[in-house]
Design a protein around this ligand. Sequence first.
Ligand SMILES: NC(=O)c1ccc[n+]([C@@H]2O[C@H](COP(=O)([O-])OP(=O)(O)OC[C@H]3O[C@@H](n4cnc5c(N)ncnc54)[C@H](OP(=O)(O)O)[C@@H]3O)[C@@H](O)[C@H]2O)c1
Length: 264
Amino acid sequence: MAFPYRKILILGATSGIGRALAASLIQDGRFVIAVGRRKEHLDSFVQEQGTDKAVSFQFDISRLDEIQSFVKSVTSSHPDLDCVFVNSGIQRRSVFSEPETISMSDIQEEMTVNYISYVAMAKEFLPFFMAKENTPTSLIFTSSNLALVPILRCSNYCASKAALHQWILCLREQLKGTNTKVIEIFPPIVQTELHDAKHQPDMGQAGKSFGIPVEQFTEETMERLQAGDEQIPVGLSKIAFESWEQQRQGAFHRIVELMKSSEF
Ligand SMILES: NC(=O)c1ccc[n+]([C@@H]2O[C@H](COP(=O)([O-])OP(=O)(O)OC[C@H]3O[C@@H](n4cnc5c(N)ncnc54)[C@H](OP(=O)(O)O)[C@@H]3O)[C@@H](O)[C@H]2O)c1
């Protein structure tokens, strides 16, 4: 089976892309462990889906020093977990021609939530997955079209997603030959809370209607997940992905091969 995973932990399942994909995965017969900070959203998700199909954990992924105990707690109560989907993310305006508007704590938080916490989750879940030896497992990550082509208003967000994409390319290569597959989803602009005025006041109400409907995004992404794809550019993200990103990844694979035959 191209997508054999039965029990999926989704970080960032309380709204937008994560919540919609969590519901679709349940519809497809998978069990979901939903994670996020907003308890009322977690509770309503489990109530909607039923406790035979979903459970939740309230967790703030930016609490890096608590990730190890979070992973212990999840894996001891769900030893059959076979897929971890890190999707949580935040986006803030960061325009450096107006340095007075830049908050260094926002910059740091964005990098922590969108990048460092992803790396920390992988580090903690990998020994658990690798110990399963012959059972297929996977790590799924949500990056962005902006990992490939940055925009000016969210320079730090784009940098966090570019860092994530670069690291995922290496991670997939490092895990070749193990039982853990690495999947990356590149959403285009999708109508979610990411661009809400509560997070980006200068966007006003326009933020909500930005991009494609989440249902359209989910349908295309589910098809590609079920087909077993490792890299899933959706909608407009295909333009960059199918052109020069292929050349870039070609260069990356050439270097990987070259270094295999050297001492490094
Ligand atoms: N929408 C787009 O246009 C777009 C485009 C490309 C990529 N993406 C990416 O898609 C992913 C999902 O975003 P979305 O568009 O669906 O936005 P969203 O509706 O705002 O969802 C963001 C999710 O991340 C969770 N989250 C944020 N900070 C967290 C933290 N510290 N700890 C735990 N969970 C946290 C939120 O849960 P709580 O608030 O409950 O904690 C929520 O479930 C993000 O990685 C985003 O960068 C979105």
